[in-house]
Design a protein around this ligand. Structure first.
Ligand SMILES: C[S@@+](CC[C@H](N)C(=O)[O-])C[C@H]1O[C@@H](n2cnc3c(N)ncnc32)[C@H](O)[C@@H]1O
Ligand code: SF4
Ligand code: SF4
Length: 353
């Protein structure tokens, strides 16, 4: 298994920033973002049946200037910045953006469908200093290509992994895999393929909580209890699977009842997390952003937004949010499980419910 290549200095920086977060939060009651998710574009070269991005009429990409301004604003406290979309590798200046972010944020991550990750792109990514890349694969060749709407998607994703292993050995690789009724029967085989390649894998139960226009058949989250139970049992002790055991063991209930029982009540995620949309709006949690307020970064700095009364009210309101019970989106639930520290102890060291 490939080792995570984040350096000791980067780990130290992450630790210092986490301690700083606690200090600011508990002593000064100040919110400062530790984790930042940037949906850098909503354009995409794929047509995945479970995703709405490619259907959006209004194509938008966060400008380089606004991206720089964002990084400058969060550079003192943020320890993890993730670039997603849409397809981030469509941006001609994606490497320059990563290089800029890496100057100030110790852990930078990107999630991609892998189609554009050829030899040259791998070399450029290696040069950028990025820490981790997630590549999405949602089934064996035929299923993956059908669901992702592009012939050759599976082979391109495997090629992307090989290119990274060869030309960018310092980048940590994680395969993102959706669990859904349409791929459950072949997931164990896929787990074997990914394990043999020697990279990490992270599971994401299919979600339909984004309020998007994705095809219902593809966001239907019911799977027979015995099937999902057996699958989870088989992956729980796989060393290359990086989801927490607590998260994995809750997936059975989610598929049987359509509701997740992970982390009931009192969400603190918006106190240490921000999300930036392609139009330059900041939201405290992307899942709820259509119902709540968003805050433009075009004419204001992140710090100004976080101090605003309306923003603080929004964050407080979200403490009682229960939307995560209707889905198990890793970007939201896994950080909630791992942070703050008490959650880490409660759910990771004593994962039994
Ligand atoms: C929205 S994509 C953006 C990055 C890139 N285009 C990709 O596909 O990897 C980020 C992740 O969300 C996952 N995803 C998309 N639609 C989903 C859904 N309805 N439920 C759960 N995960 C979903 C994708 O498989 C991917 O791993
Ligand atoms: S999941 Fe990723 S690749 Fe597929 S349509 Fe959505 S943004 Fe594009
Ligand atoms: S409960 Fe989930 S959806 Fe609601 S604010 Fe927290 S992370 Fe977001």
């Amino acid at each position: 298994m490939r080792k995570i290549k984040t350096t000791k200095t980067e780990y130290l920086k992450i630790l210092i920033r986490i301690i700083k977060w606690y200090f600011n939060y508990w002593v000064f009651r100040k919110i400062n973002p530790l984790f930042c998710e940037v949906y850098i574009t909503n354009s995409c070269n794929f047509k995945c049946k479970m995703c709405h991005n490619w259907k959006l009429k209004n194509k938008q990409t966060l400008s380089f200037n606004l991206f720089k301004k964002l990084v400058d604003d969060i550079k003192g406290g943020c320890c993890h910045l993730s670039l997603g979309g849409g397809e981030p590798l469509l941006l001609p200046d994606i490497i320059e953006r990563v290089i800029y972010a890496k100057k100030f944020v110790p852990h930078v991550h990107l999630v991609t469908n892998g189609y554009l990750l050829n030899e040259k792109m791998s070399q450029r990514l290696a040069f950028s200093g990025i820490n981790e890349i997630s590549i999405s694969i949602d089934g064996l060749r035929e299923t993956n290509d059908e669901v992702r709407g592009v012939k050759g998607a599976f082979d391109h994703a495997l090629e992307a992994i090989n290119n990274l292993k060869k030309y960018a050995p310092n980048i940590n690789i994680v395969v993102n895999t959706i669990i859904a009724p349409w791929n459950i029967d072949e997931l164990i085989q896929l787990v074997g393929v990914i394990k043999n390649i020697g990279v990490f894998q992270q599971f994401q139960p299919i979600s339909n909580i984004f309020g998007n226009q994705a095809d219902n058949e593809f966001t239907n989250n019911i799977i027979e209890k015995e099937k999902i139970k057996q699958f989870i049992k088989e992956i729980l002790n796989e060393k290359h699977v990086i989801n927490s055991k607590y998260f994995l063991s809750n997936i059975v209930d989610y598929f049987v009842s359509g509701k997740s029982n992970c982390l009931p009540g009192k969400c603190r995620l918006p106190s240490y997390y921000i999300e930036i949309l392609p139009d330059g709006n900041l939201v405290p949690c992307g899942i709820v952003y259509k119902k709540g307020k968003s805050f433009s970064l075009i004419n204001q700095r992140v710090k100004e937004v976080l101090k605003k009364k309306e923003y603080i009210q929004e964050v407080k309101k979200l403490r009682d949010c229960s939307l995560c019970r209707q889905g198990m989106y890793v970007c939201y639930l896994e950080p909630r499980i791992a942070f703050p520290f008490l959650n880490f102890i409660k759910y990771n060291l004593f994962p039994q419910k």
